[in-house]
Ligand binder design. Structure first.
Ligand code: FES
Length: 85
């Protein structure tokens, strides 16, 4: 099983990004990038950060892409990990 938990290019975990977002009241990727450096290289972390900002999930076991997110309603289908466990 894969565990995807960070922006690899900046070695910045989604958990740490979640904490920064909460501390600054930020709920979108672009605003978060203005506060903390991440996601400006390959950008493969972007869909994970978008889901994290909506759901609170910080570890993922499946590959997400921006195009795949457009096909699903992440507001409805993805719950915080704490609710799943
Ligand atoms: S994994 Fe985040 S920019 Fe590459």
């Amino acid at each position: 099983m894969i565990n995807i938990d960070r922006c690899l290019c900046h070695n910045r975990t989604f958990a740490s990004l979640k904490d920064v977002a909460a501390a600054h009241g930020v709920n979108d990727l672009e605003s978060l990038q203005k506060i903390v450096p991440f996601g400006n290289n390959c950008q493969l972390c972007h869909p994970y950060v978008r889901v994290m900002l909506r759901s609170g999930q910080v570890v993922f076991n499946q590959v997400l892409t921006d195009s795949a997110l457009e096909e699903i309603d992440v507001d409805v289908d993805i719950k915080p990990k704490e609710e799943i466990d």
